[in-house]
Design a protein around this ligand. Structure first.
Ligand code: MSP
Length: 581
């Protein structure tokens, strides 16, 4: 009965049209400072939203993030630091805000689970579950993992014979035996409904994680404990009507996605359900099973899509405090710049498998792609020796036609540019940022090659002025299009690039990718229909043409034998070729 009602309800929900595009990141535990894995979740969500805004300028795109501040784990962390727990939460939560601000995450809200608005939402949500008959009280005994804040069954544990200790099979964290009276949620009743929800087209992405969920759902789901005794977990939200119990942290945490929208105030419905919820693979079960079940039990539509990403390892090892290999994004940004770090995470990370973070790889990618390929092309096109009047020149149609007919490198560039928008759009739609970067770099390589082959430095000095302007204009067209495409991934660098080209804000949206020499020989899309030398645009003299300085590999300091801080300098190419020969 319940099942067919929910299936029908899911069908109705699916048909509702909404211009809202609500995206969330997980809320981050405040038991430790942010690391690059946390930043990665946020950067994926940010790049996704920035793309949506570019592509659909009228859509109501909303990004929410925040911090998860209740439970034993936080209680213990604060005690370990000998700081009052409230103050501890304030400090770490602020560090997340600071890192996200530095990384230019454009979040519309930052929610903390210790805020009053969230407590109200959790109490209301609890009452809904209770009033709808999905919560009951029971004596509970089992293994509890504080690090993961979860009860585990025997089959989810590993016994260490030597010490007699038990550990979570999945996370490796220790568990403790617990016997207490709890409120339970009737998860078992939602097994089929959740399976049905998971199986909907593109519900869980990448598909590998859908399979993992369906495997879990092929076994009977036990009911789950949704409260803890207040005397054990006091740093939590009290269960409405029963102060002896506090709300289980995962139920508390998941409701943040509603409280951020103002729930239970009806205005939340304008943005509900989330279009996409970004999560790491370790929290799939909570978001892919508990969360849709809680929502259905409360009569609310579950999210349209869960986008699950894998984890970052460091030099092949899991990041952990004990291994002293946790990468602090603030320190990493001192070496690579925050834009460089964003680029590296999105360029090197793929959602379906773990990514390896290595300094050597970061240097190689940033130097070759941001400095030598993108940065260098802009420096060359803006070099005073070739472009003394500092313009984004108009194209001359005869020269353009001749170049496209007679120069292979120009033809290859034209082909590459013609495919750029469509390919990148397909990749962005799937959050395949690494493929967007790949495609853009391929076009920029073609442009560097064209620049090299057309030898603009041989055309200086008057008689070949039109050819020279056309070559520089074509190159700037490529830079303009690549700048538009890269805005979601490296927003600050892309802005600098487009500013340098004096491109008005209104011309930086996705639809403008259809304007270039490749699509319309008479218009190079620098904003003005043009031909025969009319309509050149002045470059912005206030904005530097140096986009990204090469990073010089650390050398050992002879006296201390410690690595010296990495230095950033112009590339050899930048130094020589910008003014070549
Ligand atoms: N507080 C919960 C989430 C509650 S959401 C209602 C939590 N917090 S967390 O701080 O531990 O993790 C937050 C996010 O960071 C998760 O998506 C997690 O997968 C991600 N990462 C944690 N370590 C990571 C890596 N090493 N690499 C990539 N992402 C990682 O879980």
């Amino acid at each position: 009965m319940l099942r067919s009602r929910i299936k029908q309800q899911l069908r109705q929900w699916g048909r509702r049209y909404t211009s809202s595009h609500y995206v969330t990141t997980p809320i981050f535990y405040v038991n430790a400072a942010p690391h690059i894995g946390h930043l990665y979740s946020a950067v994926i969500a940010d790049a996704h939203c920035r793309y949506q805004r570019l592509r659909h300028p009228n859509a109501d795109v909303l990004l929410c993030t925040g911090t998860d501040e209740h439970g034993t784990k936080i209680q213990q962390a604060a005690a370990g630091h000998k700081v009052p727990v409230g103050q501890y939460c304030d400090e770490i939560s602020q560090r997340y805000r600071d890192v996200f601000q530095a990384a230019h995450i454009q979040n519309d809200d930052f929610i903390r689970t210790t805020e009053e608005r969230h407590k109200q939402a959790v109490s209301h949500f609890w009452r809904k579950l209770h009033d709808n008959g999905h919560i009951y009280s029971a004596a509970y005994s089992g293994w509890y993992c504080v690090s993961d804040e979860v009860f585990l069954t025997d089959s989810q544990l590993r016994l260490d014979e030597a010490s007699g200790m038990r550990y979570s099979l999945e996370s490796g964290h220790p568990v403790e035996w617990t016997e207490e009276t709890n409120y339970m949620f009737r998860l078992s009743q939602f097994q089929d409904d959740v399976r049905h929800w998971v199986k909907q087209e593109a519900r869980i992405r990448p598909a590998k994680f859908e399979k993992i969920l369906l495997d879990t759902l092929s076994e009977p789901l036990p009911d789950v404990s949704v409260s803890r005794p207040s005397n054990r977990v006091h740093w939590a939200i009290p269960v409405p009507g029963d102060d002896s119990q506090t709300v289980y942290v995962w139920l508390d945490a998941l409701v943040n996605y509603l409280s951020s929208l103002g729930y239970p105030n009806e205005k939340f419905a304008k943005h509900w359900p989330p279009a996409q919820q970004i999560i790491g693979k370790d929290i799939l079960k909570f978001h892919g099973i508990y969360w849709p079940a809680f929502l259905m039990a409360a009569g609310l539509e579950p999210p349209r899509q869960l986008y699950v990403h894998s984890h970052w390892t460091v030099d092949g090892q899991k990041m952990s405090k004990s291994k002293h290999n946790v990468v602090d994004p603030v320190k990493a940004a001192q070496e690579y710049t925050m834009e460089g770090l964003r680029y590296f995470l999105l360029r090197e990370g793929v959602a379906h498998s773990d990514g390896n973070y290595s300094h050597v790889k970061a240097l190689r990618i940033l130097n070759s792609e941001l400095a030598d390929t993108l940065g260098n092309l802009l420096s060359r096109a803006c070099a005073k020796s070739l472009n003394p009047t500092q313009i984004y020149p108009a194209l001359h149609s005869e020269e353009l036609t001749e170049l496209l007919h007679n120069l292979d490198a120009a033809k290859r560039l034209e082909e590459s540019l013609l495919q750029l928008a469509e390919r990148c759009q397909q990749h962005y739609e799937c959050n395949h940022f690494h493929l967007v970067a790949d495609t853009t770099m391929a076009t920029l390589h073609a442009a560097n090659n064209f620049f090299e082959s057309s030898k603009p430095w041989e055309l200086k000095g008057g008689i070949n002025a039109q050819r020279l302007e056309t070559i520089i204009g074509m190159t700037m067209d490529v830079l303009r299009l690549c700048g538009i495409v890269l805005q979601p991934i490296i927003p600050q660098l892309a802005t600098q690039l487009l500013d340098k080209l004096s491109l008005p804000g209104s011309q930086r949206c996705w639809s403008r990718l259809s304007e270039s020499f490749a699509t319309d020989g008479n218009c190079n899309g620098n904003g003005i229909g043009q031909d025969q030398g009319k309509g050149s645009r002045q470059l912005d003299g206030q904005t530097s043409a140096l986009l990204f300085q090469r990073i010089v590999e650390k050398k050992l300091d002879k006296s201390t034998q410690k690595p010296q801080p990495a230095k950033r300098s112009k590339s050899k190419k930048e130094r020589t070729k910008a003014t070549a020969p």
